[in-house]
Write a new protein. Structure first.
Lengths: 351, 497
């Protein structure tokens, strides 16, 4: 009897080993295998790609996208989708830019505006987007409008609003330029530890990642987010306030968009009504590659960060070896499909 | 010459990563018989059927159908070879009508268009043969579960199936509907089809089956004629040990009044005029037919549904459960009827599923403390003997009984005084049922009050102190479980139908 049990145990251990055989590993992690292969190709063609400076650039370029993807990812986790991501960033960009112009700039939107400390425009757009996020959240959670439609409507409203806001006499629809040096230096500057320079953007993204990780994993709110995303009915029975959780998620995501918008203004040095256009698709693509399920309930901060990095590496790497920009779209599209195919296979392979 | 067996499955083995789901299993079905397949959850019954039906591939063994060796690679191929399955979860298109569902994928055509007239007539013919009274033009979404099931059976017949597998067909049927199903099964048998019948309900099995095959832990245990078997023998084979009682003895007597419900009705007027008292340490059963609004009663008490009129008093003080959250604050807990639909978070871990209601207790300075959470979860896993490798296992990978224990554990962590259990043992095997009854007894021994809704009358009679009967939204009696008979309860259940 004893012996039998021991045998069983051995069997179990053996089975576990079989479970993580090379083959399953290849299937499970195929997306990383493919990307690694892609990276190898890039490095073989252009060995200089492997320089430290390049990787710093990749991280810096990913910083804003990581913030956006984490925000959009939260909405995916609660079985939603946000089509208004880009337009909300656009609105926050024009509003914050108009409050961050140099005092001596000729085409100031508010010629008489005093020189505001940078935190003021940030808080203004965070509050503005927060309110807009609450509205999206209410439309989705209380009025039960499918998120696809609710945020589609919201994105049109936001585009209209940001266009109206910046298309104003006397200068008409001109990009809002002349952004203060103190703002643009957020995107260009870095902090030095000895000879080691870390761009501010990376630090900001890192801080957001840490905060998000804590919220997702270490707070009641985060657990409720996964509960609502995993099974709203069960969450309701468990005393989770599904409506308020959804509204809070949309609001929190919108606040992050506002932060991302200010960083975009700093990076580009101006803003117009097209700023942020299409960012929602990049965000969703990164989330999907990073393992966030579109049916809700699953996702991790680490996965989303990796998803974003993958896309930046591809973008940057393909450009680095001189691949035509249009071909880059083809490659990105294929990777998104591949990621989802692999994800689906994981679910059905047991059969 | 008539073959002895229409279907033979021999030496079937199937390995999933980490577990041998089937180990040298055999199944021999005689033509024109009902062959029941029994075993605890996780014994491998459904896996075996899915292997037959081409949903899973087999690793070893052979399947001989009507003297021919077969191996189906898809359900479509199985159907073409006259093997059909009525699934536990019905896969139908609710927005389409009955006949469109029935002939889906093989509509009769005339001149490039669907021949609706022929489809209607063909459907009617099958329904008449089987004594099914459903309009082929009715939308499937508007039908009852039993009607949907009958359509599935009709569909099987339309494929001229020689073998029809029924996976827990009666789990959500009323007694009357079960009788109808049995009449249909008899008609199938008359037509020389064979039925493989999977169910947990022993009485039914013995009534309807010709042969019974028992499985345990992925292995074949025995195949015997039903006429030679008793319930106790089947249970013994299923659990592999003697089970002298199906219901554990309740040691404690009810104490003082814990909750009082006065003239309660729901805002939607689903039910009205419900009056009862629940005592400390009491198990109060709620009996009734499907549609008697028992679930609605529990949901109203728990604040999932708006209350119409009436009062709920806990220890003499009136309370208002406007939401589940408030109900939880007032010491209530509720186990819902459909575990998969509104009980578990299938994609999330056991520990998440267990801790989700009780996060306040694990929060320190606004952050969750994993150690506190893990300690509670591990304690529950041990106490409830939940079969899971660890708390980080996905709950979806556990058997039904273990899932139910996790959810029960979830509610107990909130330290409730009143538990509302809606069909707590539905779809759970005998062994796990017994363990859940023991847990319930343990809870009442601690002075909690428990209300159980169940469609299994022997269960209510076996574990409850008193039984409240609902009929079509009205309370038609409260009986002492010791003195009441099944007939009396049935009478009260049918009073207002």
């Amino acid at each position: 009897m004893r012996l039998k049990m021991e045998e069983n145990k051995v069997d179990k251990v053996l089975n576990r080993f079989k479970k993580i055989s090379l083959k399953t590993l290849m299937v499970d992690k195929a997306i990383y295998v493919v990307l690694f292969a892609l990276l190898v190709v890039i490095v073989v063609i252009q060995p200089k790609f492997l320089s430290f400076g390049n990787f710093k650039n990749i991280f810096a370029q990913s910083a804003t996208r990581i913030i956006i993807a984490l925000a959009a990812g939260m909405i995916l986790v609660i079985q939603g989708v946000d089509l208004s991501t880009g337009r909300m960033i656009g609105l926050a960009a024009v509003v914050s830019a108009s409050l961050m112009q140099q005092v001596d700039y000729a085409y100031r939107m508010y010629p008489n505006l005093v020189d505001l400390p940078i935190i003021v425009p940030i808080l203004v757009v965070m509050l503005l987007c927060g309110i807009l996020g609450v509205i999206s959240g209410i439309v989705v959670s209380i009025f039960k409008v499918p998120p696809f439609i609710a945020t589609l409507g919201m994105s049109l409203i936001l585009y209209g609003m940001s266009s109206i806001y910046f298309d104003r006499p006397p200068y008409g629809a001109q990009p809002i330029g002349g952004i203060k040096r103190s703002v643009t230096s957020i995107a260009t500057g870095s902090i030095g530890i000895g000879s080691f320079q870390i761009p501010y953007l990376i630090l900001i993204a890192l801080a957001v990642c840490v905060i998000m990780w804590v919220i997702w994993n270490k707070t009641k709110f985060g657990k409720y987010m996964f509960a609502v995303g995993g099974n709203p009915e069960a969450a309701k029975v468990s005393g989770v306030n599904v409506v308020s959780t959804q509204i809070k998620i949309y609001a929190l995501a919108a606040v992050l968009y506002a932060l991302a918008a200010v960083l975009e203004v700093a990076r580009i040095g101006s803003a117009s009504n097209t700023t942020g256009n299409g960012y929602e698709m990049d965000a969703v693509a990164a989330c999907v590659v990073g393992g966030v399920s579109l049916s809700g309930g699953t996702g991790s901060v680490g996965g989303i960060v990796i998803g974003v990095l993958i896309f930046t590496v591809i973008n940057y790497g393909l450009a680095f070896i001189g691949v035509n920009m249009y071909w880059q779209y083809v490659v990105k599209g294929l990777i998104i499909m591949l990621a989802v195919i692999i994800d689906m296979r994981k679910n059905i392979k047991r059969k | 010459m008539e073959k002895e067996y229409i279907l033979e499955m021999k030496h079937i083995s199937k390995v999933f990563p980490g577990v041998k789901a089937l180990d040298d299993v055999k199944l021999q079905v005689r033509p024109g018989t009902v062959h029941s397949l029994m075993g605890e959850n996780g014994a491998g019954k459904s896996t075996l059927m899915k292997c037959l039906f081409g949903i899973y591939s087999i690793d070893e063994g052979e399947i001989i159908l009507d003297g021919r060796k077969v191996l189906f690679s898809s359900p479509a191929e199985a159907l073409e070879n006259y093997v059909s399955m009525v699934h536990q979860e019905l896969n139908q298109v609710p927005e389409q009508n009955v006949m469109e569902n029935l002939w889906l994928g093989r509509y009769p055509m005339k001149g490039g268009l669907i021949d609706n007239k022929k489809m209607y007539e063909d459907t009617m013919k099958i329904f008449r043969d089987l004594d099914i009274d459903v309009d082929p033009r009715a939308k499937v979404g508007s039908l009852s579960v039993s009607q949907k099931q009958m359509i599935e059976i009709g569909k099987a017949v339309s494929y001229n199936a020689k073998i029809i597998v029924m996976d827990e067909p009666t789990s959500s049927l009323t007694e009357k509907e079960v009788e109808h199903l049995f009449r249909i099964i008899h008609k199938l048998i008359e037509k020389k089809s064979s039925v493989i019948y999977i169910s947990h309900k022993m009485e039914e099995i013995l009534r309807i089956s010709d042969d019974v095959t028992v499985m345990r832990d992925g292995k074949w245990i025995s195949t015997r004629p039903a006429s030679e078997l008793t319930i106790d023998e089947i249970i013994k084979m299923m659990v592999g040990r003697e089970m002298t009682e199906r219901y554990p003895q309740k040691e404690t007597k009810p104490g003082e009044v814990l909750m009082e419900v006065r003239d309660l009705s729901s805002a939607s007027k689903d039910f009205s005029g419900v009056n009862f008292e629940l005592h400390k340490g009491e198990i109060l059963g709620v009996a009734g037919l499907v549609g008697s609004k028992r679930t609605e009663l529990l949901e109203t008490i728990f604040g999932l549904r708006a209350k119409g009129s009436g009062q709920i008093l806990v220890e003499g003080k009136e309370i208002h459960n406007k939401s589940p959250r408030e109900a939880m604050k007032n010491g209530f807990a509720m186990l819902t009827e459909e575990r998969r639909k509104d009980g578990i978070f299938a994609g999330l871990s056991v520990s998440f599923n267990m801790a989700i209601d009780n996060l306040d207790c694990y929060t320190r300075h606004g952050l969750l403390n994993d150690k506190l959470m893990k300690a509670d979860v591990d304690k529950m896993i041990q106490e409830f003997k939940i079969k899971t490798p660890s708390g980080s296992q996905k709950i979806g990978n556990l058997s039904g009984g273990n899932q139910q224990k996790v959810i029960l554990g979830r509610w107990l962590l909130t330290r409730p005084t009143i538990l509302l259990l809606d069909e707590p043992t539905r779809g759970i095997d005998v062994g796990a049922k017994y363990e859940i009854y023991q847990l319930i007894n343990q809870l009442v021994a601690e002075g909690k009050g428990i209300i159980i809704v169940s469609s299994e009358m022997p269960e209510l009679l076996g574990i409850c102190d008193r039984i409240l009967v609902m009929s079509n939204g009205h309370q038609t009696g409260i009986f002492d479980a010791k003195d009441v008979t099944q007939e009396q309860i049935m009478q009260a259940s049918a009073k207002c139908v």
